[in-house]
Write a protein that binds this ligand. Structure first.
Ligand SMILES: Cc1cc2nc3c(=O)[nH]c(=O)nc-3n(C[C@H](O)[C@H](O)[C@H](O)COP(=O)(O)OP(=O)(O)OC[C@H]3O[C@@H](n4cnc5c(N)ncnc54)[C@H](O)[C@@H]3O)c2cc1C
Length: 396
């Protein structure tokens, strides 16, 4: 049977980064990706945090706009602007496609049209079964370690990685790519917009407008399910409001509709079992306050590659090391983000209070945005004072 040191399932930012970094260090890595073109079907607003390209050694050409403004809109539609970064926008075709190409250049093998089916323990490693859509055959690879990175739709129910609250965290999203005949207002191309409001049926909605080279990505999400026609009505109403502000008199050439699930709950409690590791959105590594998951996904891919390299002949130790690294770096922060989001949703007026404080205290978003290990004692004191201030205001 064919053998590989690391089999990776899914070629999103998590899987592709793992493949690139593992192959660069000389590991034999094979990626199984169900789509025929990497990234072509990904539905995403594709906003990247400041410094993303430098941190993951990616070419600047994938960046469409540097966005120095983050505009947070509260439930009354009031705008609270923060200057940061700048953040960046791209598309997933370019981001995932680029990381995958770079991974191949390092020697990783990326097999498209390969649908992962099953993982079985086998001695010190595992056997991975997949369906090859090109010839319809079932194929098998023995792997020393496996990195599962199938995104929000990952089915891990009957594995030791199952998490019974997974469905509670799933969010239904719908997005329009709006192609305009002439550009929208200049400010649209300098801003990442996030909107938090109550929808037509009183449900909490998170909406966004992110500018791209040839279109505006305007979308929204709602926790749980929503009937297709209602979701479409929500998005139409939201898009109309964005249009009034940013491109009222511009002719629309074309609108592309796309939808997908996003996970916005707590991370899975178990991130490694046997020789298998789970990463990216499949592990629940998404910030529940804003849907950011690309950075977490790519970072988890990096941790997976580093762990396998550190224990090249001890796959169980590699998986345990991976779990420790991801927990230390992300899990507590993401759990806190879920709590914060649920706290805000219980009384949606709180969104406005928080945004007001963030925009009038520039040091606050700056510290929050940085990673925990980079914070000084002064930063931590400042943060707890600000947090107490917010809680006192929110409790009134
Ligand atoms: C509408 C929307 C907007 C978003 N906007 C942003 C944003 O602006 N910024 C941000 O940081 N994050 C955003 N996110 C979140 C972001 O998309 C995810 O966090 C990120 O894609 C996670 O990467 P991943 O590699 O874990 O999984 P994915 O990117 O989902 O990749 C999973 C890959 O696995 C493949 N796959 C799935 N099942 C199988 C199988 N059985 N066999 C083989 N291959 C399989 C898929 O085809 C896919 O290529 C958004 C998400 C949505 C839905």
């Amino acid at each position: 049977m064919e053998a590989a040191e690391l089999v990776i399932v899914g070629c999103g930012p998590a899987g592709a980064t793992a493949a690139r970094e593992a192959a660069r260090a000389g590991l034999h890595a094979v990626v199984l990706e169900k789509d025929s073109i990497v990234g072509a079907k990904r539905v995403c607003a594709a906003g990247l945090r400041p410094g993303f390209c430098a941190e993951f050694d990616l070419p600047r050409e994938i960046v469409h706009y540097d966005t120095p403004r983050l505009a947070l809109f509260d439930i009354h539609g009031n705008e609270h602007a923060l200057l940061f970064g700048p953040g960046h926008t791209t598309t997933r075709e370019e981001l995932d496609g680029t990381i995958a190409r770079l991974a191949q250049r390092e020697g990783a093998e990326i097999r498209t049209q390969s649908l992962f089916r099953e993982l079985r323990p086998d001695g010190d490693g595992a056997i991975v079964e997949y369906a090859d859509a090109r010839d319809g055959a079932r194929k098998y690879i023995t792997a020393r370690n496996v990195f599962l990175a199938q995104g929000a739709t990952a089915v891990l129910d009957r594995t030791p990685l199952a998490y019974d609250r997974w469905r509670d965290g799933l969010m239904t999203t719908l997005q329009y790519r709006v192609y305009l005949d002439t550009p929208a207002a200049t400010i649209a191309y300098q801003t990442l917009e996030m909107h938090y409001y109550l929808g037509l049926e009183g449900r909490q909605i998170v909406g966004w407008m992110f500018p791209k080279r040839d279109h505006l990505a305007i979308g929204l999400g709602v926790i749980g399910k929503m009937e297709g026609a209602k979701l479409r009505a929500e998005l139409d109403a939201f898009t109309q409001r964005v249009r009034e502000r940013l491109y009222r008199d511009v002719r629309i050439r074309r609108v592309k509709v796309e939808g997908h699930l996003l996970y916005m709950g707590e991370p899975r409690p178990v991130l490694a079992a046997g020789v298998a590791m789970v990463g990216g959105t499949a592990a629940g590594l998404v910030d529940a306050t804003n849907g950011e998951g690309i950075y977490e996904a790519a970072s988890s891919g990096r941790f997976a590659a580093e762990s396998v390299l550190a224990h090249r002949n001890e796959p169980h130790r590699a998986a345990s090391r991976y779990q420790r690294a991801v927990k230390e770096r992300f899990v507590r922060r993401l759990q806190r983000r879920v709590k914060l989001m649920r706290f805000l949703e219980r009384r949606p007026e709180r969104f406005g209070l928080l945004f007001e404080q963030l925009s009038s205290t520039p040091r606050l978003p700056e510290i929050l945005h940085g990673e925990k290990y980079g914070r000084t004692l002064r930063d931590r004191v400042f943060l707890s004072v600000q947090m107490t201030r917010f809680l006192l205001r929110a409790a009134r």
